[in-house]
Design a protein around this ligand. Structure first.
Ligand code: C2G
Length: 141
């Protein structure tokens, strides 16, 4: 029984997240996903749209995700790997090298990110639509 773990915010869940989780599961038999808490995202300086409980429920509902745990801080990874007998730690390659300290506890695999899709992109396009609408309203006044 090979256990895989990965971490993320998974805000506004999209195909890039799904393909990462899918490929992570393919590396083993059990996939644990640690979803970043709202508090941790404040520490990360990441403004999340969807609250933790909804982000966790969405990830938990994915058929090839076996367990979801909260990611409350940056320091919990070694304990998570030990407590869950993790064999493989997986992250997207935007994190390449950042978690190599885990190599003494488990295999560390960085998978390629899915191009042209990101939550930031969604947020930026939403903001530009709002600006456009505000401009149109101003012109009508
Ligand atoms: N991802 C991807 N392709 C995208 C977007 C994201 O493969 N187009 C991957 C990321 O590389 C990451 C996972 O999906 O492995 C989750 O992405 P985020 O929710 O942005 O996670 P992040 O905020 O980077 O949190 O302790 C680690 C952090 O919790 C990672």
């Amino acid at each position: 029984m090979k256990t895989v773990i990965t971490y993320g915010t998974f805000d506004m869940f999209h195909i890039g997240h799904l393909k990462l989780l899918e490929r992570a599961k393919e590396l083993g038999d059990r996939l644990i996903v640690a979803v970043s808490s709202d508090e941790l995202n404040k520490v990360k300086g990441k403004k999340v749209i969807i609250p933790y409980d909804q982000r966790a429920k969405i990830v938990e509902s994915i058929k090839f995700v076996d367990m979801v745990i909260p990611e409350d801080n940056w320091e919990q990874k070694i304990k998570d790997v030990k407590d869950n007998n993790v064999d493989i730690f997986v992250m997207g390659d935007d994190w390449e090298g950042k978690f190599d300290f885990l190599k003494e506890h488990c295999e560390v695999v960085y998978l390629s990110r899915t191009k042209n899709v990101s939550t930031t992109q969604f947020k930026n396009s939403a903001e530009s639509i709002i600006k456009l609408l505000e401009q149109m309203v101003k012109e009508l006044e």
